[in-house]
Design a protein around this ligand. Structure first.
Ligand SMILES: [Zn+2]
Ligand SMILES: [Zn+2]
Length: 174
């Protein structure tokens, strides 16, 4: 099992004798960072923070860095050839916030069709009346008439507790 693709092999930035698979590097660096922390000063590449470069090579790296190439290409050509590290699969999502075909949300339009109670705001009394009438028609149907309103005060007496009824109940229990 030694036939690894050479392009997957990387060198430890602390010690060129350490050669490993790219995916092992991060973990390896944590160990070497402890071992070499007093002897090797590593600098972080400005184009990719996973590039740790020994100080003497830093300047050379910033000129030759793969990720610098991507940025420079992007600035000059407007597009970039992405490497495997920077690619990711397309993320599928139910909602599409970029879709311009979606009708723009208009609260007034939405409220006029939704089954909710609207308040007549900023209207003159006559407009207010018409608005309430229209709203009632919307909620109770086209044949809505003013008379269909819930019973008002004049009916209240009928539903009151009848004191005579109370007395008869009392006497019945005796
Ligand atoms: Zn190492
Ligand atoms: Zn770099």
């Amino acid at each position: 099992m030694n036939n690894f693709d050479e392009s997957d092999m990387v060198y430890c930035p602390y010690n060129k004798e350490h050669k490993m698979l790219r995916k092992k590097l991060q973990q390896h660096i944590l160990k070497c960072r402890v071992i070499y922390k007093d002897t090797v000063e590593l600098m972080v590449c400005p184009f990719n923070k996973t590039h740790l470069i020994p100080e003497p090579e830093f300047f050379q790296h910033t000129k030759a860095c793969e990720d610098r190439k991507i940025i420079v290409d992007y600035q000059t050509n407007g597009s970039a050839e992405l490497n495997e590290d920077t690619k990711h699969a397309k993320i599928e999502c139910e909602e599409n916030w970029d879709d311009d075909n979606d009708p723009v949300y208009d609260p007034q339009t939405y409220c006029s069709t939704a089954n909710i109670v609207r308040e007549p705001c900023g209207l003159f009394p006559s407009q207010r009346k018409a608005f309430i009438k229209e709203e009632n028609r919307r909620h109770f149907g086209e044949d809505y008439k003013e008379e269909k309103r819930p019973p008002k005060a004049k009916n209240r007496v009928d539903t009151r507790f009848d004191p005579y009824e109370c007395r008869s109940l009392y006497s019945r229990r005796q």
